[in-house]
Structures are given as C-alpha cells and as structure tokens.
Ligand binder design. Structure first.
Ligand code: SF4
Length: 377
C-alpha cells in the first residue's frame, strides 16, 4: 500500500460550483473525528507489514482546515499508530486561506504536514464573491507568504479559469499573481458546470453565460506556455510543478498505486477492487459506531483496468507504457490501443517515443475526445 487519503467533509459554506461531498453541519465535526480515528484503527487491523507501509498521506475535503489543530492531531496520531509512515512521506493538507491565522499556523507547524494545498481559485475579488469563496485575493496572498515565512517549502495552489465574463487579460493577471507567490505547485482547472450545483442552475436560468470554447482553449494555452516559461513542469493535464515538486500522492493515483481512503465518501483501491464509504455523514457515523461500515465496491474487470490505465496514463506527461499494456493486458489490448490511436498519431495529436504513447501539445486540447476513442467500455 502506498497512500492514505483522509476525507474531511466540512465546509463553512458551499461554493456555487462545487459537487464534492461536503456538508456545512459543523457541529458534527467532533463526532466525525472520533469515528474517523476508529475507522482507521479497525480497517488497519490484520494488515501485513508491507500493507502498512505508507509513502503519502493526503487530507482533503471539504475543508480539512475547518478542524481544530487538536482534532487534526488525533487523526494524524491514528494514522501514525496504525501505519508505518515513511520518514520521507509527503503529507499534504488542503487549506482554505480564510481559516489560517497566526495561532492556527503555529498549531499546523506542530503537525507532521509538510505540504499545503490552498484552494485560492482566483485573485479577482469580484469573482471570489461570485463563486462564494470566503477569502479575498489579498488574504490568499498574505496566507501563502505567512506559510512560507513559517518554513513551508512545498506549497500548492488551485486556480480556476473560464468564469462567465472573464477575459484573457484577467486570466493572465491571475497567472502572474500566482507566479509572484513563488509556490512549488499549481493546479488549474476550467470552471465546470456540474449537475445540481447553484452555478448550473444560474446557467439554466439564463443568469450567466458560459465563456466560449475558443477562449477557454486560449486560456489553457496561455497557462501552459507561461508556466513552462517560468520553469514549471507540465506533468499532468491540469498540474504543474517545480522540479521535484510533483504531487506524489496524486501521481500515485495516476500510476494505479493502491491507497486507503478513510472517512465519509472516501474511496480505496487495492490494485484490483475499488471500494467507497457512504457519502452521507450520518450513515457513515452510525456505520462506524455500530461496527457495520456502509461501503460499496466493485472489482474492476480487465477492460475497466485497461480503460483506467490508458485514461490516467494519457493525462500525464509520460503517457502510457505500451510494454506494460502488452504484459498486463495482452497483445489483443495493445493492438486495440494502437489501432484506435492511429488517426490521432497521424494527425500529430498523439506520439510514441521509446514505447510510451503520450499526447502532444496539439493533442492536449482535445484530450477528452482522444482518450474516449481509446476506451473499451
Ligand atoms: S470549500 Fe471546497 S469542498 Fe467546500 S464547498 Fe467550496 S469547493 Fe466545495
């Protein structure tokens, strides 16, 4: 086993675009932490020494920084008691800028966290209010500086582009502000209209308009070009890192490495099967308390494994190892892949180098279509 993911589903308020599993039922935090520690203990019982070896821990949400330092400490204690965490482990915590003050930061420093991931999204205050984030641009900038001053040398920020009415110049300004922060990692996603979100309801009611696709592609192109010029490695479609600062935890997902997921709605993968806890806080709490954790799962068929391997592989700069496809899935799968990739190889959107197939710069813009052409299911 290589990674532990811990889901903290609490948010002070809901952002209008969000379809992650999260809740504003903050009074349940204490009970949740108690159950989470219990789940970690129960599920780690009976694991072999090899299975207990952990290289990465990731606290995601929701908003992990909605927990107190004492609650976070208890979660880390449970993980460290139940697993053998490598001395070089990457330990990431997602943090919302408005949760961190000097006292909280002092507390954070006492925890084993060595990588912080800030959900900043944009440095435009009007847009931050529009998506209902609770911080301002200046607060986000200050908190990153404070964390750097406190000694954090591995900081990631999340950005979004393609807001209704956003111009290319405004997005360029966000990129420049992000670069001026001297962070080690940047994730950037185009704004998505997910079903059931307040944002999508606004779109459907005609209150806002999606930006056009051409502009969205231009924004993405500008991002890639500017971050590469600034020395970032574009190692996954939406992720950029300074040398040696890739997210090791997320990279392990992309390379099919097993992980444990703890907490409501968290997914786990053992290399063959995927299981997930109920994404309902009360059902989760009751399940752990009564010793009958509500989980669902599926054993991946060969075709699903192939699909996943190709899909996540092609999102990374290395691409898909063709030798791996042949040795794990057989010649028939390799032929299927090569046959379906041929039109994209011919058009220069895919290429093969040293037996690895990857998207070219041209192909990245239509990656979803290309990837879906190579799927089996
Ligand atoms: S803080 Fe994150 S998880 Fe919570 S509502 Fe906003 S985007 Fe969703």
């Amino acid at each position: 086993m290589a990674g532990v993911y811990v889901h903290i589903p609490f948010c002070k308020s809901r952002c209008i675009y969000c379809d992650f599993f999260s809740t504003t039922s903050l009074p349940l935090r204490e009970k949740y932490v108690e159950m989470l520690c219990h789940e970690i203990k129960i599920r780690s019982q009976g694991l072999s020494a090899e299975e207990r070896r952990i290289e990465t821990i990731y606290l995601g949400g929701g908003t992990p920084s909605q927990l107190s330092i004492e609650q976070l400490r208890r979660i880390f204690d449970a993980v460290f008691d139940c697993f053998q965490v490598s001395e070089e482990a990457e330990i990431t915590m997602e943090v919302n800028p408005d949760d961190v003050n000097a006292t909280y930061l002092q507390g954070l420093k006492q925890l084993p966290v060595n990588r912080l991931s800030f959900g900043i999204q944009t440095f435009n205050d009007e847009r931050l209010r529009f998506i209902r984030r609770r911080h301002t641009a200046q607060e986000a900038i200050n908190v990153v500086h404070d964390c750097q001053a406190a000694g954090y040398r591995n900081i990631s920020i999340d950005l979004m582009f393609g807001f209704p009415g956003e111009t290319l110049e405004e997005w360029q300004s966000d990129i420049e502000t992000a670069l001026s922060l001297n962070v080690q990692h940047i994730s950037a996603y185009s704004l998505m209209y997910e079903e059931g979100t307040a944002l999508t309801r606004m779109l459907e009611a005609g209150e806002i308009e999606e930006i056009d696709e051409e502009l969205s592609l231009q924004m993405y192109g500008t991002l890639v070009e500017r971050l590469k010029k600034a020395g970032f490695e574009h190692y996954e479609i939406s992720n950029f890192a300074r040398p040696d600062r890739r997210s090791r935890h997320n990279s392990s997902y992309w390379h099919g490495i097993p992980y444990f997921g703890f907490g409501a709605g968290a997914h786990s993968y053992d290399g063959h099967a995927r299981t997930w806890n109920a994404n309902d806080l009360l059902i989760y709490i009751e399940g752990v308390e009564t010793g009958s954790l509500a989980t669902e799962g599926e054993t991946l068929s060969m075709e699903q494994k192939y699909d996943e391997c190709v899909m996540v592989g092609l999102r990374t700069c290395e691409g898909v190892d063709l030798q791996h496809i042949e040795s794990v899935f057989g010649k028939q799968y390799l032929s299927y892949l090569l046959e379906n990739a041929q039109p994209h190889l011919d058009s220069g959107k895919l290429c093969i180098e040293q037996n690895w197939m990857h998207l070219t710069e041209k192909g990245i813009y239509t990656s979803n279509d290309i990837i879906s052409d190579l799927m089996r299911v």
